[in-house]
Design a binder for this molecule. Structure first.
Ligand SMILES: [Cu+2]
Length: 278
């Protein structure tokens, strides 16, 4: 009796969670974000590399779908067509050279077919040579520091969400925990190299739209690069559990056209010079 009661409560709570999920999905901004199958897929991103990564992901997904359909199709067909109830007799044989050659060569060809385009993309990703701008990214507990190398501009980027919103004393609003005080402003259409490191523990710098993620490790410098096509705001997060404030060190990139970026950079340099002399 008790067991039955427990099972009932569990069933009810599962139903409640499911209903709650549907409620969230159906309401406002969250509903828009979850609308359509596209929201379940990898983002196409805003850089040539992120699109290459997306295309690879789709190519390999469809290869997997075809393999799945063929394997399960043959399996289900055989199970039904040659069932015992219809009096099917199993073939009796041991070792078949032709079958063994086939099941070695076909997977080999599939793997090579996937490895060739994937290697090309990996090589492009690793090629950080000849950047037009280099930004050093340093992770701290719990903020990021951005230094525009050779430009005499550097600043910290802290969480922009107020503590009152975190502690439910005010409305959380859009982009909750995904806002910063100082955005990382970058130019569009230029090759930007990122040097990623950390000053205390391991963090990871991740903006999904750039199609890349790098660990930020104290004493090491990891490299990555991006060429952002369109102006816009792109958000990311620290992706390596780095302590109590791990959720409170978001990344916000603001991509501007090169002229607007140069203007911003000059103004920023001016501000830091003023701050130094004060
Ligand atoms: Cu972190």
């Amino acid at each position: 009796m008790l067991e039955q009661g427990e099972a009932m409560t569990r069933k009810c709570s599962i139903r409640r969670i499911a209903a709650g999920g549907a409620g969230v999905a159906g309401s406002g901004a969250a509903g828009e974000a979850l609308a359509g199958w596209g929201a379940l897929n990898l983002t196409q991103g805003v850089t040539p590399i992120s699109r290459e990564v997306y295309d690879l992901h789709m190519l390999i997904l469809w290869i997997c779908v075809v393999i799945g359909v063929v394997v399960f199709g043959v399996m289900i067909y055989s199970i039904i067509r040659f069932r015992k109830a219809k009096g099917a007799e199993a073939a009796q044989f041991h070792e078949s050279t032709s079958v063994e050659i086939m099941w070695t060569i076909i997977p080999f060809l599939i793997l090579v077919g996937m490895a060739i385009p994937a290697t090309g993309t990996l090589i492009t990703m690793e090629n950080t040579r000849k950047p037009e701008l280099t930004v050093k990214v340093t992770g701290y507990q719990w903020k990021w520091e951005y230094e525009y190398l050779g430009e005499k501009v550097s600043f910290f980027s802290n969480l922009g969400t107020p503590v009152d919103a975190i502690q439910n004393r005010e409305a959380k609003g859009p982009n909750y925990l995904r806002k910063v005080d100082n955005r990382l402003v970058l130019p569009t259409g230029q090759k930007i190299r990122f040097l990623v490191t950390a000053a205390d523990v391991i963090h990871a710098w991740w903006v999904p739209e750039l199609g890349m993620k790098k660990d930020a490790i104290p004493g090491f410098v990891n490299e990555m690069w991006a060429r952002i096509d369109e102006p816009g705001v792109y958000r990311g997060q620290c992706a390596e559990l780095c302590g109590r404030g791990h959720a409170y060190m978001p990344i916000v990139i603001e991509a501007k056209r090169p002229e607007a970026f140069r203007q911003w950079l000059a103004q920023r340099r001016q501000e830091s010079r003023v701050a130094e002399t004060e």
